[in-house]
Design a protein around this ligand. Sequence first.
Ligand SMILES: O=C(O)CCC(=O)c1ccccc1C(=O)O
Ligand SMILES: [Mg+2]
Length: 346
Amino acid sequence: MRVREFAVDLRRPLSTAKGDIDRREGFLVAVETADATGVGEATPLPGWTESLAECRNALESVGDPETALTDGTLDDTPAARHAVSLALADARARDEDRSLTSSFALSSSLATDSHTSVPVNSTIGDSGVESTVEAAMDAVAAGYDCLKVKVGARAPEDDIERLSAVRDAVGPTVSIRADANGAWDRWTADRFLDGIASLELEYLEQPLAAEVLDGHAALRRLHDTPIALDESLAAVSPERAIASNAADVLVCKPMALGGPERVLSVAERAEDAGAGVVVTTTIDAVVARLGALHVAATLPRIRAHGLATASFLDADLAPDPAPVRDGAMTVPEGPGLGIDVASLFD
Ligand SMILES: O=C(O)CCC(=O)c1ccccc1C(=O)O
Ligand SMILES: [Mg+2]
């Protein structure tokens, strides 16, 4: 397995209730199977995955990639596992001369009508009312019809004011999500949900700490705004989140859950339980973004995913085969991920 380290600064930081993300570091990997080469990416985000050093150690310990994936050695290092799993899936799809989406659709029990284009949300970080509204208007002018606004970094009354101003500015048809990144206690979340009740948010993501499944279940019972879980899935488990009736929507990050096939199996169970699935990046480079796009394209339902994060990066590992146009990404049809391996490894 070849491993290449990379680092990219963000062009603009993403401000969240848990601090700013301003740089991404990780590893590009290439695996050689008998018939094809596949590429994967590990871009760990401490707090969500292992650290960069732990990820490096885990990747260095990989002998046979297939074995490393199945014998449990990568189970505590989801970003490293993601890289290996994605690279093997990419190699398999290239060998079959299929797109990764079509290869995933074959091996999953999800509906087979995969999509050629995936709508995406515009990710809007924490900032004051005026600049939040400006970012929202820019996104709508660029063709997005779904916005995801970070909240929880300031008092709930201020976030209510920000979201009310966004709703006023964009009108009733644009979908608005809010993501608190676990910033609140029950009382604060209640105040926020009371304050935004008339704004018709699509959902509120992770209002409470990751471990608090019963609290999220209570918020779901007491308020009309749907609740999504993100941090809880990696911290507790997608199974327990589903079983606790704690979420209307599961926000699945392939990088944090240990690889694309993990997200697809969560999606199969979510489908049975009537929960929605939204796939998002951890602000990744082009290989992991493409992997997440192929996962999203395999899901039966059309809904906006959190994949429009290329614009946060100051540079990338290769030209982007799936840029956002008019609020959507077109799924590459070429074999595997749909990116030239030689453009990534010279
Ligand atoms: O979902 C999106 O729109 C983009 C991804 C995103 O918000 C994110 C990116 C890095 C770390 C955490 C998160 C998050 O969803 O909380
Ligand atoms: Mg989130």
